[in-house]
Design a protein around this ligand. Structure first.
Ligand SMILES: [Zn+2]
Length: 279
């Protein structure tokens, strides 16, 4: 594998406003006569746009706002204001069915919640999802959500060959539970990312030698997913170089510095520093 050290990527999201949203008798949501392109929506960290606030006064991130829409739909409501501001939740910018939207939002809600549980070590709700340890001769996947669609979250039991017998088993202890959770989550994340386009972005004033890539979000759910992915998942297990002024990713077998050059550079700078301070 060729290790790509650095690619510069951004998330591109152009919401399409849906005005006069209506729901027909089949449960399909559509904009009224008018749709209009919004301005590019930034979902970066320091977004100072006005946002709904939680009780503690901490603004909700875009992905959290989208996640909460699940409950709006569960209450049988359609978030008109959200559609006005951001347009469709799914990929089609002309119409979408309530059932499909609810299903996808349920997927997103559970995916993000499972990651929260895994990161904070809340094992009880995870055990509830996986159920008690099971052993079987058939490989029966454990589905957490949407078992009938491509967009699911599932765990495929591990194979073991004890005493010459082939058996499939689900997690047996806490450590395996976490491992299985990450397996299920990364699997679902990978499948969803596969449907998002990554394309070079033409910049008006390009910096020489820099090609900027963009994940092109179609609809609010893809934008929310990318927002969540880059905040919560992408940087996990990634170490960056400890040399001053270097942000390169450290690839195994290296552990602290990205390269011999950075290691030497940092060593010399430390020696100079020690000399100055007389250590
Ligand atoms: Zn470095």
């Amino acid at each position: 594998m060729l290790p790509l050290k650095t690619i510069c990527a951004t998330v591109k999201y152009f919401p399409v406003h849906w005005e006069n949203v209506a729901v027909d008798e089949k449960g399909v949501i559509r904009p009224g006569r008018k749709i209009s392109w919004g301005v590019p929506h930034s979902i970066d960290d320091d977004d100072d746009n006005e946002k709904p606030h939680k009780e503690e006064g901490k603004p909700l991130r875009f992905w959290q706002q989208v996640r909460q829409l699940y409950f709006t739909f569960e209450q049988g409501k359609v978030p008109i204001d959200f559609y006005y501001q951001y347009g469709g939740i799914l990929e089609d910018f002309r119409s979408e069915s309530i059932d499909e939207v609810r299903k996808r939002l349920d997927w997103f809600r559970l995916l993000t919640v499972m990651v929260e549980w895994a990161k904070t070590g809340r094992l009880a709700p995870l055990w509830e999802k996986f159920g008690p340890p099971q052993e079987s001769k058939d490989c029966k996947p454990v589905f957490f959500v949407n078992d009938d669609s491509e967009l699911n979250i599932k765990f495929s039991p591990w194979i073991s060959t004890e005493a010459g017998e082939v058996l499939f088993h689900t997690p047996k202890n806490d450590e395996q539970l976490l491992q299985a959770t990450w397996e299920a989550v990364t699997n679902a994340v990978g499948k969803y990312l596969d449907g998002i386009r990554l394309a070079p972005i033409i910049q008006e004033q390009p910096q020489s030698g820099l090609i900027l890539w963009g994940f092109i979000a179609k609809g609010a759910l893809q934008a929310a997913f990318l927002d969540w992915f880059f905040q919560e998942i992408a940087h996990m297990n990634v170490t960056t170089c400890q040399a001053r002024g270097c942000q390169n990713i450290v690839l195994l077998p290296r552990k602290i510095f990205c390269s011999e050059r950075c290691r030497q550079r940092e060593k010399k700078s430390r020696q100079r520093h020690n000399k100055r301070t007389g250590l």
